[in-house]
Design a protein around this ligand. Sequence first.
Ligand code: 8YV
Length: 323
Amino acid sequence: MTKPKVLVTRRWPRAVERRMEEAFDLDLNASDRPLTEAELRDAMGRYDAILPTVTDRLPATIFAGSSPRTRILANYGVGFAHIDTEAAKSCGIAVTNTPDVLSECTADIAMTLLLMVARRASEGERELREGRWTGWRPTHLIGTKVSGATLGIIGFGRIGQAMAQRAHFGFGMRILVQNRSPVPAEVLARFNATQVPTVEDLLPECDFVSLHCPGGKTNRHLMNSRRLDLMRPGAFLINTARGEVVDEHALAQALWFGTIGGAGLDVFEREPRIPDELLGADNLVLLPHLGSATRETREAMGFRVLENLTDFFGGRAPRDRVA
Ligand code: 8YV
């Protein structure tokens, strides 16, 4: 039997690539350069499966008017807002993602950002590396206490819950939750958390707000200037979800005018481009989309894609089918 022809759009951990090579007729992207829309459209006619990442844009135009060879887009990552799943579905193309395996590491990065911005870690390191540190003094780089503060979590799925776990049990934080559907009482009880009906109810109550909802059209600019204004003066916004969830211009204004205390961002609206008005803000911690970037997790993500593909081509339902 001939092996399915599979395209991996970016370099993956070598351990996963090796296993993939055994199972499939595999093409790797040796240069690791993001593919263009035209290259992806062309690939749809030549491969049985394409394994995209967040750097591959697959809008409706990619699928329009074609009868593609591709039968499955097995995404490497949990977020799949870069794929027009409706358009894929209408072409009979299945879409899968990689949930669960990255929840802990993504929550770790959210907690890293929260601690760094509250305790002014980046400002301190910049000062030290630039030779500006003049020594200890009682009023130097005074931050905000994390332990015992109130954390609002927007989106209480797997990653939101992993964040609550860290914040509640590690730092004794009080947890408020906003989620599009009701969270089961036993899940809330695990973290002594309270669900509030709307984002507007949550924001004024929190010292920290962490975003864990999906990206895409529905949540585009969920944090806009009106909602940033509802945050407490001195409160901090953390985003490890998707860049488009935050209106970056509105956030820059809030940071520059000091209407909030600061922010920590791992994701951006137009990655890898970061607006100058954000780069210049001292009360902002920036990371280059590192949420799932550990060896353990990046390998687990790859093996989860392999499992989805093996099931799909073996005639079984892949466990992570999202369309
Ligand atoms: C991934 C992520 O590294 O899984 C996600 O949704 O945001 C990241 O952790 C990236 O998206 C891989 O495509």
